[in-house]
Write a new protein. Sequence first.
Length: 433
Amino acid sequence: MSTAGGGPDESGPSEVRDLEEAAEQPTPAPLPVLSEPAEGVPDVVTTERALLECAEAIARGSGPVALDAERASGYRYGQRAYLVQVRRDDAGTWLLDPMAVPDLSPLARAIGSGEWLLHAATQALACLAEVGLRPRQLFDTELAARLLGLPRVGLAAVVEHYLGLSLAKEHSAVDWSTRPLPEPWLRYAALDVEVLGEVRNLMGIDLAVQGKAEWARQEFEALLTWQPAVKDDPWRRTSGMHKIRKPRVLATVRELWYARDAIAQGATSPRPGRPGRGARRHRHGLPDDGGRPADLAAQRAALRPALARRGRAGRGAARLRAAPVSVRTDAPPPQRSWPDHNPSPRPGSRRPARCSRPSPRRTRSRSRTSARPTRCVASCGRHRSRPTPPASRRRSPHGVRPWQRGRRADAGGSLRGARADPLGRRSSPSIPL
């Protein structure tokens, strides 16, 4: 064979034969699509009576309870749940509307101490707790997939790996606050909890085979007390904050951030030194809504006369004038403001104190140079002291599971064994997961 330029072709007969065989191999057949729930698309629970019927059915069911929640964080401010899906063997699938029945505590009592099945529990636990649902034991299929080392841990990928089914996810980012919800969306929501029970059973077998069942148990137990991280001073994440240096401008940004946050939530968030939601509604002559989120348009219409009487501009100017001229922070002070750049070590500290005697190296070289002796650090450590970080920024030992401490001890032993190699060879320890 020859190329277009007349030279010989480097590919031999074996390469050509391999290409021909690869072209002759049939393409894998597409996976069957899970497109319809086993019992059909259920009706949405929107009344207290239907909620009690759902709770009775779940209480009569058997086995673990699969749950999921749909949010509209891309369209609405916050992470509240706009649809809750529940499924249990011998009870079927139920779709509940938290906007119509905001208190789902009857369902929580029906589940009792039963095991929850969730996928990505940290994304659903907070919004489920807002409607009265808190687990006593759970199994997170996403976390189990990570422990098992699966290359992809999304729900569709996990279902494909264990059941050989394709799960459509075309409605995962829609606006779930829409009412009424279209039937294709409800079908998608019901399918999210359709096969979680089967996946959980197969994952439990794999965890036991790999010797990670105890790891998973400890991780799932830690999720029972998980809480989303609360950000201190979230207004400091405002875009362009690094360009602001004046304290009064920082205070102005802070007040504007909280005002925007209150408008976005449809209610005033209580903060230290500020009246809460109920106090503000009472001051404006509005009825108390019991802390439940109201419709933003209706609340604005009710507040409009009171705001017009006071004057929006005058109120904003008064708030800014009353704002403090400085903003406190728990960050360490700048180095130039330290009273002593090299303070003495704290009692019980292993850090050596600075000494006034010249170092031996400088003493020997002083006769040859004109450099005067300088202070030195003891030979066991030459480093400058640093301010102790605040407690909120220190690395906390809490939250480490026993199996993680055991793996750390194994890693330390492997490293010590590698360093103590009598032949002086450098080796990297292998810690299989």
